[in-house]
Design a protein around this ligand. Structure first.
Ligand SMILES: N[C@H](CCC[C@H](N)C(=O)O)C(=O)O
Length: 277
């Protein structure tokens, strides 16, 4: 039996295990099993809490399909609550090693069920193996991408993980699913891509709906929301502090120079024993 805890951050939900309890288990296969919403616990992703030689702790993140992801914004807030509540970290500000680099987090406030966590998401990476190289060789911003014969204007960057953003006047689940699935697997993206539909409501508010690679539509995506906030500021003159409205709640994105700080909740749902077979 494996001890687990389940958390959610603005409706993006995760099963958390400690590395020390997963001896000999194949993480990718375990992620597929525990994330299955009928035959498993059910979650968008699986988080493994591990020690680190270069940061306070290490977060290893898997999508529901078992693929590993370099970062997870909602997930790292849940990781932070878990690590704090289990006294794996003793300070309000600490660092977490991820495949996207070392991030600094701060527990703003906390009770038994929910913590408010602020994460320095870092800055966007525009030239990266996961990002298509545009004609001008600079940034893949406002580029034309054809999906099923329909041209879309897209922007792609790495904000912890690869994100592609489409700005639209109206966003809905049908469009997110159709366009998301097609662009996730578009040959232009060697490592696939997460796909975000974004509506600029006003200079301080945007709506975001995300199709996550390796998962599908989720109620929220922290890294995707940060990518959309940054592009909304650069392309649509949104203010440096933007509230991102996602299906599962709201995330505050504050820009300092080229860095984005995300503040949002992390909530414990349940604790249990997973009967792995
Ligand atoms: N839900 C996550 C993003 C997961 C990204 C993952 N789908 C991938 O890059 O493969 C977030 O809150 O940032």
């Amino acid at each position: 039996m494996l001890r687990f805890e389940k958390y959610q951050g603005t409706g993006n939900d995760f099963v958390i295990f400690e590395m020390s309890e997963l001896d000999g288990l194949q993480h990718s296969l375990l992620a597929q099993k525990v994330c299955n919403r009928r035959f498993g616990i059910g979650a968008d992703g699986m988080i493994v809490v591990a020690p680190s030689k270069v940061a306070t702790m290490q977060m290893i993140f898997y999508n529901a399909d078992g693929s590993i992801a370099t970062m997870c914004g909602n997930g790292i807030r849940c990781f932070a609550k878990y690590a704090t509540d289990h006294e794996l970290v003793k300070t309000k500000v600490f660092t977490v090693e991820t495949l996207a680099g070392i991030l600094t987090l701060e527990i703003i406030e906390s009770d038994d069920l929910t913590s408010l966590v602020r994460v320095n998401m870092g800055s966007a990476i525009y030239q990266h193996e996961s990002v298509p190289l545009p004609g001008d060789g600079d940034k893949f911003i406002n580029q034309m991408l054809e999906v099923d014969g329909v041209p879309y204007t897209v922007s792609s960057l790495v904000m912890g993980t690869i994100h592609t953003v489409l700005f639209m006047d109206n966003i809905d689940e049908e469009a997110a699913a159709r366009i998301g699935a097609a662009i996730e697997n578009h040959p232009l993206y060697p490592n696939k891509t997460n796909v975000n539909l974004c509506k600029v409501v006003d200079s301080k508010n945007i709506d975001v709906l995300t199709w996550e690679k390796g998962v599908g539509i989720t109620l929220a995506c922290g890294t995707g929301s940060a990518a959309c906030a940054l592009l909304s500021q650069d392309l649509y003159d949104c203010e440096t502090s933007v509230t991102v409205h996602v299906k599962g709640g709201n995330l505050l994105m504050e820009r300092v120079g080229e860095e984005i700080y995300m503040t949002g909740p992390a909530t414990l749902i349940c604790k249990g024993q997973y009967l792995y077979n």
